[in-house]
Design a protein around this ligand. Structure first.
Ligand code: 5GP
Ligand code: SF4
Ligand code: MG
Length: 465
């Protein structure tokens, strides 16, 4: 998901709509905006579909006045199966002592089921099926005397990954979980401030990037002042390495590193680790593009656009049902036949998850007359599900959970299939010595099976580590 908030500007909701539009790659199912105006109070709108199709209508935006606003773009993750219900679209808003608050959450809470049971037993009335709603109820029950203190109370009870943008009547609040699994950045715009999942959303509104919210940090912004708190016990950060590989936009800056440059460097590492003789290096667009450029630069094999992407389709994996995803490949990608015919092609993609996309792409490339197809993948085999806010399917559906690399190669029907090593990935992401097994710098659970936060709800449901 993507979160965005802004304070201290006129008609803040318009800025939020723009910010969410720049974060659309993080969630395409639905979006929501809450705004507060001193006269009108809180207003909100939730819509299915793209931000640009909903939050550009003047008649809707006029219902969201005020200098303070937050928003969210959603795609459903672990726990939520199938289509999102409108009641699950964030931000969530609740009125309780001290006025009330709205929150937008990126990530996934790993103890939400247990918390929800407890809260319902104690009388909470849930409005949605979302894990994030627990935070509002925990805040409402806290005995603390300010909303920021109530939020700290609530967040000390939750486990998992959370980058949160929240608002009260007067404050914009940003928080990252102690491991800092998901990103969150702070920017300045005129006299006001903005919080966003990624820097590309600051760029679109012309805000100046100030810094990241640090893992375990909470900032409270009011009347042009920023206060910083450390509500949690300090831990060694474990940022999601897959943000670097796939999830974030390549024009964003994460941890002081250009996402594009990290991806290009993954391609360089990949070419060193798994060389191959071929005529062309082609990306599977768009997610494989920077790594393919790096692979081509390092190997000397010419880069070419062997697959053309229809720009009017979104990210296929964000479509929540298998059937739509299957269709999606052909609706989205087509082979550049004239280029491919008779060639030995290296195809570079970011990941192999179910293998559905990769198999179809291989078929299309061979149909077009390619002589050989070699897959090079910019992440290690995805053998474990993510419980921290990226939508990977159940373990049984992950190709790498059931097959060795050779078996996957045979299943996909390609001439070779190779993945970058975890060490190579870490080097590309700025860890010169590779992955420190005793103390990894990133979360890499979907590749290593080492979960930095125990997925307790899933373990309760029978998930075996
Ligand atoms: P596959 O061959 O595993 O079906 O699809 C791999 C491609 O689709 C990659 O380009 C990846 O970006 C995307 N993809 C497909 N399904 C998923 C998924 O469930 N999670 C993630 N993170 N990416 C996926
Ligand atoms: Fe990121 Fe994978 Fe960790 Fe999920 S499990 S947070 S996708 S590295
Ligand atoms: Mg892709």
């Amino acid at each position: 998901c993507g979160v965005f908030g802004v304070i201290g500007v006129k008609d803040a909701a318009n800025f939020v709509a723009l910010g969410l539009h720049a974060l659309q790659h993080r969630g395409q199912e639905a979006g929501g905006i809450v705004a507060h105006d001193p006269v009108q109070g809180f207003n909100s709108a939730r819509r299915f579909g793209y931000v640009r199709d909903n939050f550009t209508e003047a008649s809707l935006m006029e219902t969201l006045p005020g200098p303070l606003s937050i928003g969210h773009v959603r795609y459903s993750t672990a726990g939520s199966k199938g289509q999102t219900a409108i009641r699950d679209v964030q931000p969530f808003f609740g009125e309780f002592a001290m006025g009330g608050a709205a929150i937008a959450h990126n990530g996934n809470l790993t103890n939400a089921n247990a918390l929800r049971r407890e809260l319902i037993e104690r009388g909470s009335i849930f409005q949605s099926s979302s894990d994030s709603e627990c935070i509002i109820h925990l805040m409402a029950r806290s005995l603390q005397r300010s909303i920021a203190e109530r939020m700290k109370d609530a967040l000390r009870r939750v486990e998992g990954a959370f980058s949160i943008v929240a608002m009260t009547r007067t404050k914009l609040i940003g928080v990252r979980d102690p491991l800092g699994v998901r990103p969150l950045v702070l920017g300045r715009i005129g006299e006001g401030y903005a919080l966003a999942s990624e820097t590309c959303a600051l760029d679109i509104i012309g805000a100046e990037f100030m810094r990241e919210i640090e893992p375990g940090e909470m900032v409270v912004i009011q009347d042009g002042e920023i206060e910083s708190f450390r509500p949690f016990e300090p831990k060694k950060p474990r940022f999601c390495v897959f943000e670097h590989v796939y999830f974030s936009r390549p024009d964003s800056i994460l941890q002081g590193r250009s996402v594009y440059e990290t991806r290009r460097q993954i391609g360089v590492e990949l070419a060193r680790e798994t060389p191959v003789e071929a005529d062309l290096v082609c990306p599977v667009p768009d997610s494989g593009t920077p790594a393919a450029i790096g692979f081509s630069q390092e190997s000397g094999i010419p880069y070419a656009m062997g697959i053309i992407r229809n720009q009017y389709m979104g990210r296929t994996f964000i479509e929540p049902t298998e059937q739509i995803r299957n269709m999606g490949v052909r609706l989205k990608l087509n082979v550049n036949r004239a280029l491919i015919k008779g060639k030995r092609v290296v195809l570079v993609d970011d990941s192999v998850v179910r293998g559905t996309t990769s198999r179809k792409i291989k078929d299309m490339i061979l149909d077009a007359g390619a002589k050989e197809v070699h897959f090079r993948i910019a992440s290690p085999p995805t053998a474990w599900p993510c419980f921290y806010g990226v939508d990977t399917p159940d373990r049984e559906k992950l190709l790498a959970a059931k097959m060795t690399e050779d078996e996957m190669c045979e299943y996909l029907g390609v001439d070779s299939l190779r993945f970058i090593s975890l060490d190579g990935l870490y080097r590309a992401a700025g860890e010169a010595k590779g992955r420190d097994a005793a103390n990894p710098a990133y979360c890499d659970a979907c590749f290593s099976g080492e979960y930095p936060v125990a997925p307790s709800d899933m373990i309760e449901k029978g998930f075996a580590l």
